[in-house]
Design a protein around this ligand. Structure first.
Ligand SMILES: [Zn+2]
Ligand SMILES: [Zn+2]
Length: 280
């Protein structure tokens, strides 16, 4: 985040916002700027990609499903935007710690002991580590003593739209995002790769809520897509994973997507429409 911070300082905050007497490396100034940038960035990513996905990918016929609740999209957006607002506070504490040089993030490929292969290895490591951690955090969120206090808010939406992607209790959302922030404090990672992965995970989270069940054939056994995640919303104790099906298979919670067996929400809508046409 130090590059983002210095670009924002150079072009906006130093010339137009803060008094010249306030140094750029002042702790409070950095915290305030990080909070503004993180909040704006995350809300824009959520609303921007959420809206693109809602209008161009999400099948609006799904809104006719009996499980689709009244004013659902408005509820999802309200919950999502509120969650991001509150999640930003603890997230900024981690970003601040990182900006102060306590992470293992590096600037140049030459700083990686393995060079370019090290960069690709770190991407694979990031995806594996965060997928594993999110699986177990998400599974804990379904424990009956925790569920009703936190994670239940995300499961109000049985037929999610892309806007459900960030619709969580703020503490639930933050705990599930924690692996992304913890990774660069444990493992080396290139700064631009980290920023790109941060954007990627937000888009991925939107994509598993978009109801688009197309997954390239050969990848169906290993990629956790929208078809898997809609079954998580419908049948609850299955498919907790984020990108891969690995931990669901190891943890005994894997369920082959009902949408791919022609028993998903789209099929239910088709059946209802056929019945309605026949009764006319
Ligand atoms: Zn869940
Ligand atoms: Zn979900």
């Amino acid at each position: 985040m130090d590059h983002v911070l210095s670009i924002a300082d150079n072009y906006i905050f130093t010339p137009y916002v803060y008094p010249t007497s306030w140094p750029e490396d002042g702790a409070l100034r950095q915290i305030i700027t990080l909070w503004v940038l993180t909040n704006l960035g995350a809300e824009l990513l959520y609303m921007g990609f959420g809206a693109l996905s809602f209008y161009y990918v999400f099948d609006h016929k799904l809104m006719k499903h009996p499980y689709f609740i009244k004013n659902q999209v408005r509820q999802e957006i309200q919950l999502g935007m509120t969650a991001i607002f509150w999640m930003t506070f603890p997230t900024v504490a981690l970003f601040f710690w990182e900006v102060r040089g306590h992470s293992k993030l590096y600037d140049n490929i030459s700083e990686s002991s393995l060079g370019w292969p090290g960069v690709f290895l770190s991407i694979a490591g990031f995806l594996f580590f965060t997928d594993m951690c999110i699986y177990w955090i998400h599974r804990c969120m379904h424990h009956k003593k925790i569920y009703k206090h936190l994670h239940k808010q995300h499961h109000i939406f049985k037929i999610p739209t892309p806007f459900a992607s960030h619709a969580f209790h703020p503490l639930d959302g933050f705990l599930q995002s924690l692996p992304y922030h913890v990774y660069p404090f444990i493992f080396p990672l290139h700064k631009m790769v980290y920023l790109s992965l941060f954007i990627f995970v937000n888009i991925w989270t939107i994509s598993i809520h978009d109801g688009d069940n197309r997954i390239p054939g050969p990848q169906i056994w290993m990629i956790n897509g929208a078809a898997h995640h809609v079954d998580h919303h419908l049948f609850f104790n299955y498919n907790y994973g984020q990108y891969f099906t690995l931990w669901d298979k190891l943890g005994g919670s894997y369920r082959y997507p009902s949408a791919l067996l022609q028993k998903g929400p789209h099929d239910h809508i088709r059946k209802l429409m056929k019945e309605a046409a026949q009764s006319q």
